[in-house]
Ligand binder design. Structure first.
Ligand code: ADP
Ligand code: ASP
Ligand code: MG
Length: 441
């Protein structure tokens, strides 16, 4: 028998009206037995997500010892939802308990996690399903890493015998006690964890777009939908900014070969996108699968004659970064040149200056240059390795836009080409690459 785990994102959970859509989707298919929810997101542009309201609560708590003011907005959202849904239960006392526990715990992660907790309490009521608190079934180990075996076993046990269950996304329990959240957008990971634990036949990720699109719909108007995507392509695109699905969501499902399907809560009849373990590229098909971009990187370019023959050169540069606890995103290199690409949010000016001094002392380069505010754009597709001239087409498209490409890295997997451009050029470059490979439709 098929078993579906469905995760509903913030827009799907935004208010009572959208929650009814969720209920209809879940109840239209008896296989949809596990439901994972996000906190209510934006109801309209300019609205604030509940999770962001909760981070404000934490700031108020830290400053004043309570969060009455900021929590009043959260209270209003949930009381409004329960009223709209005509649910007969005492939401006010659930909210009182939540506020009290937030004041006791004083933990940012605990406070931020309450949007998912409250949303799941409401959704379980609406569906008449069993509520399973993620705090009791999703665990992190002493190093803060997700504890897969312990969590999968606990989820399976908690769901035993229940016809349908609802689990809040985004958080679990720390080894020493207390709540810990995943990074932002992490309910997608929770959905994948539950799918793995349940032995699901499919992990349905319900959002506000009809699938994974060939690029961000906020950059190109109505980009083409990607029908199928491999796990690898998904990882590349989501890591590089296509945040429709969190880049870590594939890990729990990959080992068990569980496909992910992206669906639109507001157009449930649309086909969506299937994410499958293996590539579906057929000769003659689309060369490029998708394009994604992310801003705010720093590139350190290093030049030294005979770098290539100097044993340990790259290691010495990388060990400096390791000493400063900075992880490296990419290392494009030539015969006498190398660059290291770093996420700027991990660097403050002081640290960067120290890093540069240490690299100078360590490898005595002939020349070194730093470029800040660099955006990386990944053009991804299994079809790229077997098609001659793909990079030529890409660079021609960028040249025609008059864009200065600061860095190039053709991934060793031959699955992607990454270019670095100025932050402010990112959108026009993505649009130009899109036009080159997909035309104007
Ligand atoms: P949810 O709240 O359902 O988790 P998210 O906001 O996290 O939804 O993700 C959906 C959004 O991702 C879309 O509304 C869209 O604006 C954005 N997005 C960015 N890149 C892409 C892409 N390549 N395909 C589809 N959506 C994308
Ligand atoms: N609510 C959390 C966030 O806003 C997690 C999620 O939506 O997936 O990041
Ligand atoms: Mg999301």
């Amino acid at each position: 028998m098929a078993l579906k785990v469905c995760k509903f994102g913030g827009t799907s959970m935004a208010d009572g009206h959208t929650m009814i859509k969720v209920k209809n989707i879940v109840e239209s298919d008896p296989d949809r037995r596990y439901v994972v929810v996000s906190a209510p997101g934006k109801r309209f542009s300019g609205d604030t997500k509940v999770t962001d309201l909760l981070y404000k609560c934490h700031a108020e708590l830290t400053e004043h010892g309570d969060c009455k003011l900021a929590f009043a907005d959260v209270r209003r959202r949930f009381e409004g939802i329960v009223k709209e849904l005509n649910l007969d239960f005492d939401m006010a006392s659930v909210l009182d308990d939540t506020e009290r526990r937030m004041e006791e715990e004083r933990s940012e992660d605990f406070t931020a996690s309450r949007g998912e907790y409250l949303a799941a309490v409401v959704m379980a009521r609406l569906l008449g399903a069993k509520f399973i608190d993620a705090e009791d079934v999703v665990f992190f180990d002493e190093n803060g890493a997700f504890d897969d075996k312990k969590s999968y076993a606990a989820i399976a046990t908690a769901a035993e015998g229940a016809e349908r269950v609802v689990v809040p996304g985004f958080y679990g329990s720390r080894a020493g006690g207390g709540v810990k959240t995943f990074s932002r957008g992490g309910s997608d990971i929770s959905g994948a964890i539950v799918a793995r634990a349940a032995g699901a036949t499919v992990y349905e990720n319900w959002t506000d777009v009809s699938g994974f699109l060939a690029c961000d719909p906020r950059i190109v108007d109505s980009p083409r939908r990607i029908k199928t995507l491999s796990y690898k392509e998904l990882r590349e695109l989501s890591y590089m900014g296509a945040n429709v699905l969190h880049s870590e969501s594939i890990f729990p499902v990959r080992r068990a070969n569980i496909p992910i399907v992206i669906k639109n809560t507001f157009r449930p009849e649309d086909e969506g996108t299937s994410i499958l373990p293996i590539a579906q590229y057929k000769p003659g098909g689309s060369i490029v699968t998708g394009i994604a971009g992310k801003k705010n990187f720093t590139v350190i370019f290093i030049e030294k004659s005979h770098m290539n023959s100097e044993v340990g050169f790259i290691r010495k540069v990388l060990s400096v970064l390791e000493r400063f606890g900075v992880s490296v995103e990419h290392i494009p290199s030539g015969i006498d040149t190398m660059s290291v690409v770093l996420d700027s949010s991990a660097l403050d000016n002081f640290k960067l200056e120290q890093i540069l001094e240490c690299i100078k002392a360590e490898v005595e380069p002939d020349f070194m240059r730093v470029s800040e505010n660099i955006a990386l754009i990944a053009t991804v597709g299994h079809g790229m390795s077997s098609s001659v001239g793909t990079s030529a087409r890409l660079f021609k498209a960028l040249a025609e836009e008059g864009v200065n490409v600061k860095m190039i890295d053709q991934g060793s997997s031959e699955l992607n080409i990454i270019v670095g451009v100025k932050d402010e050029d990112m959108e026009k470059c993505i649009a130009a690459i899109y036009r080159e490979f997909f035309g104007n439709n």
